[in-house]
Design a protein around this ligand. Structure first.
Ligand code: SAH
Ligand code: SF4
Ligand code: F3S
Length: 443
């Protein structure tokens, strides 16, 4: 039986796509997945190009695989994801090891491409497709999971000035709500308790039912929350620009929607936001949070930040630090600005030194880490509702691994029957994002 090895980088959408790749190749070619690259007949890289470093990873990895290709002349190397759609055939120019270049929209054509290459041994590039056929393979080769992703849309229409996504993933295509519900019900039937809805811009989701009626994100969340066995719902990622009152409203009466929201603000300065083409102001951002807090006073807010955007002054950066204090952001992601090919920001003059950018990143992360510590410490002594996902081994001792609503990992002793269930755990120790505790009761 032939084997594939898949290496995935980038966002959760790439992770979801990689599981589809495994499903499609199992169904169409009966290939199974291996976690050892040296045992594989096909090596697949699902890449990300959000920042320069992420993109360069591809060529470093190809360098590491050179020897495998030397040993096995029939080894096929396929590169997909956002570097493929961005660099296209330039990838062949930089590396002669690659045989197939595919994109997030042509995953379903991989079996055909692989067969073709086995016969002709000629490099293939197949990136564009108007329709998304990959999603229908969600059932094949299915692996049980307590927490599962469902991708609800592909691409982005926002064109923030720094971002490659609208170019690499293309314009938005929205899956229809029946298909999403069908996937959610299938997952629920097979043990999934938590669903994470995915898209670069989930809050602009607008699907169409068979009867022509429209379905937005809040309606979709409502429909999913009606599925009995689904107990928790999260969604990733939202742009504050489209965070409507309708979506805010579902925090009031959808208890399955977690008490935690990832709402990337990027910067605390209106001037920078304008140059980023984010199309909201800090006061508008705060208004959204305040409205949600009316229904969920203790909601945890997390964010993404970019430091060192062209023209970001020390004053602008101070405003970001102030916003972090004001909102008290929890676990967040922060990056040094990276100019990306084809984006409008890449034409802006970048006069901030690398040293200054690194300093700003350090100061920002220090502020965020203080918040994370504060929230984690506050959880000590409290009972947390933990969704138990799996067992793990720490120093050869079996433990249970679960997640709280605010995405902290909890490790504790307990019977394996708790896996897939909610249990109350009394938190006894807090190490940044990981908590330890004692199990009290199943819910
Ligand atoms: N759709 C999401 C963001 C997805 S990309 C949103 O609009 O919020 C994930 C994060 O990568 C972004 O939030 C941003 O913080 C970061 N990012 C994107 N492009 C970047 C770039 N050119 N340089 C540095 N960070 C970037
Ligand atoms: Fe990129 Fe902006 Fe779209 Fe997010 S909303 S994916 S940052 S263009
Ligand atoms: Fe990266 Fe593409 Fe996702 S650029 S973050 S893999 S959409």
């Amino acid at each position: 039986m032939k084997k594939i090895y898949i290496q995935t980088w980038g966002c959760q959408m790439n992770e979801y796509d990689s599981s589809l790749i495994a499903n499609i190749l199992k169904k169409k070619l009966n290939y199974t997945q291996t976690h050892h690259s040296e045992k594989a007949d096909i090596l697949i890289l699902n890449t990300c190009s959000i920042r320069e470093k992420a993109q360069e990873k591809l060529f470093h990895q190809l360098g590491r695989w050179k020897n495998l290709k030397k040993k096995n002349k029939n080894l096929i190397i396929a590169v997909g994801g956002c570097v493929s759609t961005q660099e296209k055939k330039n990838i062949y120019k930089r590396s002669s090891l690659v045989n197939i270049i595919f994109g997030p929209k042509t995953i379903h054509r991989l079996p055909k491409m692989i067969k073709e290459i086995q016969i002709k041994r000629k490099n293939i590039i197949n990136i564009n497709s108007k329709k998304l056929k990959k999603y229908k393979f969600f059932k094949n080769n299915f692996k049980k999971k307590i927490s599962s992703y469902i991708s609800i849309m592909e691409g982005c229409n926002k064109f923030c000035s720094y971002c490659v996504v609208p170019r690499t993933r293309g314009r938005e295509i929205h899956r229809n709500p029946q298909d999403i519900l069908c996937e959610a019900k299938f997952l629920a039937k097979n043990g999934t308790k938590e669903i994470i809805l995915l898209g670069q811009n989930v809050n602009s989701y607008i699907g169409t039912f068979e009867n022509g009626l429209k379905c937005n994100l809040s309606k979709l969340i409502k429909l999913i929350s009606n599925i009995n066995n689904i107990k928790r719902i999260r969604f990733l990622t939202s742009n504050p620009m489209d965070f409507t009152n309708d979506l805010i409203g579902i925090y009031k009466n959808t208890p399955k929607l977690v008490n935690s929201l990832h709402l990337p603000v990027q910067s605390g300065s209106n001037q920078v936001l304008k140059k980023m083409r984010r199309k909201y102001s800090i006061s508008e951002y705060k208004k959204i949070i305040n409205k949600i807090k009316k229904f969920r006073p203790n909601i945890y807010i997390t964010s993404d930040f970019i430091v060192g955007f062209p023209g970001e002054t020390k004053k602008d950066f101070q405003k970001t630090l102030k916003l972090i204090k004001d909102i008290k952001f929890d676990i967040s992601f922060s990056f040094i600005y990276s100019p990306r090919p084809g984006t409008s920001a890449s034409r802006l003059k970048d006069e901030i030194s690398l040293q200054e950018k690194k300093k700003r990143l350090y100061l920002l992360q220090r502020e965020i880490n203080n918040n994370i510590k504060y929230f984690s410490q506050k959880m000590i002594g409290t009972y947390q509702k933990v969704l138990v996902e799996k067992k793990i081994y720490i120093n050869k001792k079996k433990k249970l691994f679960g997640k709280t609503e605010n995405n902290r990992t909890v490790i504790f002793n307990g019977p394996k029957e708790l896996i897939g269930k909610f249990s109350y755990v009394k938190i006894s120790q807090a190490h940044m994002q990981t908590l330890r505790g004692k199990y009290k009761q199943i819910i």
